[in-house]
Write a protein that binds this ligand. Structure first.
Ligand code: SAH
Length: 345
């Protein structure tokens, strides 16, 4: 089949062979058609709506030492902070007034937050804002812990698989971390009933195009409700400081292929995408993404949650810049809505 026929099949059946995906990734002559097909598929399910999530970066303490990440425990140049339950509730209050109906608590793996503490925070948010969803992005935990957080009222959990190739996973993480445990976590989250998010970085060190195809096939099989895809961006205090960042084109292609393979997925146009290119986030939306996650963290602390360098956090990607973000989405034909923005099966 030629690439146009492959694309057409993919748009209508949402199925592709690894070889066909590789062909599309390797050939940029059909990028525009690819992005348009992904946009049609997303519009057939979610229309032109863009869902917003208020991102609260609750802590930059982390016990892990992921080689790519700026807040890894081995980085002594980070000024560490953690938010108190009250700080977090203040963020929600500000976010609710702005129109956010999903709050995402993200952080490093910080044992300071016990299950009990997190459960209390979740219950408080759910009781203060019964029309809101709570999403967690706090890394790998035991199944018992996930279950307790779910029972306390958390609706969704984001845990990127980072790469679906175990050999590649080992090149990005120290030996204490394992691909097997990452997958175990994702399985547990799904089984418990969370709307579950997986995802990966594009252009991470040592990544091959076959790895990317593998990521897509993995997602197709896992069927997560949410999928986060962003370019790898080097951080100056990591072993990967001299590596190249992932490209805009490759990231957009992966977003579009993900939309075609999993038409119902909630896919953010990520901050990392907005960081590598000035209109990256708009292009991500046009390539099939339907979520943006503006930053709701306390303004003075945002600079300390640095997973990679040059992270944008003050303009339209900040919750305070929501009006500007609304305008920029309107300009390209999309509408930001005040809505929990749940998965549509
Ligand atoms: N500790 C949580 C949250 C991680 S931060 C967890 O383990 O899930 C959220 C995501 O940021 C990570 O999953 C990773 O994909 C991404 N990230 C980390 N460092 C990055 C970098 N240097 N460039 C781009 N993305 C990065």
């Amino acid at each position: 089949m030629n690439i146009k026929e492959t694309l057409k099949k993919l748009e209508h059946t949402h199925i592709a062979e690894p070889q066909e995906l590789l062909q599309i990734i390797n050939d940029d002559s059909c990028d525009t058609q690819l992005f348009e097909a992904a946009d049609r598929v997303r519009k057939s399910i979610y229309g032109n709506k863009v869902f917003i999530r208020g991102l609260i970066e609750i802590s930059n303490y982390c016990k892990n030492n992921c080689y790519y990440c700026g807040i890894r425990c081995g980085n002594k140049n980070v000024e560490r902070y953690r938010l108190t339950p009250d700080d977090i509730l203040q963020c929600c209050k500000a976010g609710y007034a702005l129109g956010f109906r999903t709050f995402v608590m993200q952080g490093g793996e910080d044992n300071y937050y016990t299950d009990n503490m997190l459960c209390d925070i979740i219950k408080q948010i759910k009781s203060d804002y019964s029309d809101c969803a709570v999403t967690l992005s706090l890394g790998e935990r035991s199944k018992e812990s996930y279950q307790r957080l779910y029972n306390a009222g958390a609706d969704r959990y984001l845990l990127r698989h980072e790469t679906a190739s175990d050999k590649h996973y080992e090149m990005l993480h120290p030996t204490e971390m394992s691909f097997k445990n990452r997958i175990r976590c994702l399985m547990d989250l799904k089984e418990i009933g969370f709307q579950t998010g997986a995802g990966f970085m594009v252009g991470s060190p040592y990544q091959t195009r076959e790895n990317l195809v593998n990521d897509l096939m993995f997602l197709k099989k896992l069927q997560p409700q949410m999928i986060g895809i962003g370019p790898f961006i080097p951080h100056r205090d990591t072993c990967f400081k001299n590596e190249k960042a992932g490209s805009l084109r490759d990231t957009l292609v992966m977003v579009a292929l993900t939309r075609l393979l999993l038409p119902n997925a909630l896919i953010p146009s990520t901050t990392a995408l907005g960081t590598i290119s000035e209109n990256g986030r708009e292009l991500g939306i046009k390539a099939g993404a339907n979520v943006v996650m503006p930053n709701l963290s306390p303004v003075d602390l945002r600079k300390h949650y640095t997973l990679y360098n040059n992270k944008i956090c003050m303009d339209t990607e900040a919750a305070e810049g929501l009006e500007a973000l609304k305008m920029s989405m309107q300009n390209i034909g999309y509408e930001i809505v005040t809505d929990r923005g749940d998965y549509r099966a």
